[in-house]
Design a protein around this ligand. Sequence first.
Ligand SMILES: Nc1ncnc2c1ncn2[C@@H]1O[C@H](COP(=O)(O)OP(=O)(O)O)[C@@H](O)[C@H]1O
Ligand SMILES: [Mg+2]
Length: 412
Amino acid sequence: MARKERYLVGLDVGTAKVTAIVGEIMDDGGLDIIGVGMADSRGIKRGLVVNLEAAVDSIKRAIEEAELTAGIEIDTVHLALSGANVKGFNSRGVVAVAGKTREITREDVRRAIDAAKAVSLPSGREILHVLPQDFVVDDQDGIGAPVGMTGSRLEVNVHIITGNASSTQNVVACVNRAGVEVAETVLEQLAASEAVLTPDERELGVALVDIGGGTTDFAVFERGSLWHTGVVSIGGDHFTNDIAVGLRTPVPDAERVKRRCGCALSLMVGEDETMEVASVGGRKPRLMPRRILADILQPRAEEIFHLLWDEIRRAGYEKSLHSGIVLTGGGSMLEGLAEIAEQIFDLPIRRGYPVGVGGLTDHINSPAFATAVGLVMYAHRNRHVDDQAAVGAGALARVRGWLRAFFREFQA
Ligand SMILES: Nc1ncnc2c1ncn2[C@@H]1O[C@H](COP(=O)(O)OP(=O)(O)O)[C@@H](O)[C@H]1O
Ligand SMILES: [Mg+2]
């Protein structure tokens, strides 16, 4: 492998922070994290550019720091897309199997997926991902890899993710102005899932819930595939603002007190616990019961999870989450959040820390890095697929491995 090809970079431009992560493909095929760069996010809110210069500057700073820690120059990144303008829906494509022998080929699969993609989109929207869920051959459903099977009719179910073309272009333009190319754009939840979900969870049914600064983005996986994606327009910053208003303290102090003393479940805080809170207008800091803070945070946590539950129920997946819910994003780090979610959903809840990489694992061991690390893993898996395909379809096992990956992600 050429030196340059060894490196993969994930860039996550969030509402709160911009993160760039450099991965190196090791000789044994594993992936090591060798560079991490982070900057406060300015000029981007909920996936939309609101101040181009400021956004470019934040991205530049994150990239430069990643370059410095990794000791390489970054020219291409995989970019995460998120926010309220990204939407997902399910679609289906049906084709007649072409060959005389009625043996299903990759070309048949491609045509079926193309048929599923042929939906009319509202103007200004573009397809980001087409993710095959399963196939139906004649009357047999639930098929994972139909190539080589015999039948006359091939049907595919897919999840299609669309974004607003100009919103995407604006984010990509900022990245380009910061001096790097975008190899591929990836839905944030899809990237994060790569770093934190286990194959069992994906198989049995799980919701990945990413609580960022401005939004809570989620995705439902079942039988190994993605079935539903959505966004709740509340994130971690709403907690901070509630504190600023409720305790009459400046926003940066509210943020500090949230991280240091915040708890989303009132019951978990002792009656006699106290905390120090800064005052506005240069007055002296005050000593307050910690319960007051929890009483401010709990209703917001309940609101997020109730809205999320409504969405999941409306889409019909409330019975699918046999493995429960995995929380990621910086907002998920609030104490008591998993406990209150457990009460509301009556499901197992855990925080998702990135796993499956080596190298600087101490630096990325936080749910806030799930998306950026996941991007690198996503890029690695897709590259691995290409390598295997290039070797040729010799051994059946190799073909199967390739197909499995191919069906999981068929890039639009
Ligand atoms: N230790 C913590 N406790 C509570 N909230 C936290 C903590 N660390 C970060 N947050 C919150 O997480 C949010 C940012 O999450 P992150 O995933 O980094 O955001 P984004 O993807 O929007 O850039 C902010 O609202 C921040 O206040
Ligand atoms: Mg995020």
